[in-house]
Design a protein around this ligand. Structure first.
Ligand code: HPA
Length: 240
């Protein structure tokens, strides 16, 4: 059933088996231009930018997910279900819930806790914790080791709320649910992968801290972003 409501592309061979998904569509453009060769622009994605190119000879698509679970939920579902995508690796940023994380640290998500109703509403599960794909994570750990990039591996919080009126929810999420950081997309991505028998994981860089209130600037983000991308691209290469 292509085209789909949000991806009006008629030729599914233009989408690679592995998709890297940053939240920001402009990030997708930057990733494609920085890391991929032989780039084809996929103009047919509603509200997003998509690109397919090659990384060390392996086809990879990069596409923005938009912010939040409803948005990544729509694009990742259509890619998995209708465009033959097997692997989606989200590459994003997060806020630290513990002082053990420093700005720029790279996190490999082991599982995502969420109070979101996404998985329950779609009829999948009422579990509040969903796992990243073990095979992709093994590849990510191996790649990071080979590239000498330190990874924090653990649980993150997928939140629906960026501006929270209850100032300090991070303490409860860290102490009770064991979440080391917060972002807003992984839980829905993992739900779709589980629902459709596909693979998904997520790599994050720490862009701010809810404990120390430090934050990175856009320029400063670049270097840690590159380290995260090297791991993500290696996973894509090994998943061909
Ligand atoms: N909250 C939610 N998502 C985020 C944050 C945050 O503080 N930082 C980066 N992504």
């Amino acid at each position: 059933m292509i085209p789909t409501p949000h991806i009006s592309l008629k030729d599914k061979s233009l989408i690679a088996k592995t998709v890297l998904m940053p939240g920001d569509p402009l990030r997708a453009k930057m990733i494609a231009e920085t890391f991929l060769t032989d780039i084809v622009v996929i103009n047919e994605v509603r509200n997003m930018f998509g690109y397919t190119g090659k990384y060390k000879g392996v086809p990879v698509t990069v596409m923005g997910s938009g912010m939040g679970m409803p948005s990544i939920g729509i694009y990742s579902y259509e890619l998995f279900q209708f465009y033959g995508v097997e692997n989606i690796i989200r590459v994003g940023s997060c806020g630290a819930y513990t002082k053990d994380l420093n700005l720029y640290d790279v996190i490999l998500v082991d599982d995502a806790y969420s109070e979101s109703s996404y998985a329950k509403t779609m009829g999948l599960t009422s579990s509040k914790i969903l796992k990243a794909d073990r095979r992709l994570n093994t590849k990510a750990k191996k790649a990071a080791e080979k590239l000498n990039i330190p990874l924090h591996v653990g649980r993150i919080h997928s939140s629906d709320v960026f501006y929270n009126l209850k100032g300090s929810v991070h303490e409860e999420r860290f102490n009770k649910q064991g979440c080391m950081a917060v972002e807003m997309e992984s839980f829905a991505l993992f739900a779709n992968a589980k629902a459709l028998g596909k693979k998904a994981t997520c790599l994050l860089t720490v862009s701010d801290s809810l404990v120390t209130h430090e934050a990175t600037t856009a320029e400063e983000r670049q270097q840690s972003f590159t380290r995260m991308m090297e791991v993500a691209l290696e996973v894509a290469r090994k998943s061909k």
